[in-house]
Design a protein. Structure first.
Length: 57
């Protein structure tokens, strides 16, 4: 990740994106990861599987 580090000037590999360096979305993502349980992730996986099955029918 050092190639993206801009704390000492221009990074070796500049990177931009919709959510890059956006502290609000970074905090929201961190809060979501902390709030989700293994059961939550398993449920999301099941929903994804169901969606894929419905799409491929």
């Amino acid at each position: 990740m050092a190639v993206f580090d801009s704390t000492r000037g221009r990074p070796a590999l500049p990177h931009g994106g919709t959510f890059g360096a956006n502290p609000v979305t970074m905090r929201a993502g961190r809060a979501a990861i902390r709030a989700l349980t293994p059961e939550s992730f398993a449920h999301l996986g099941r929903l994804g599987n169901l969606l894929r099955e419905c799409i491929t029918r």
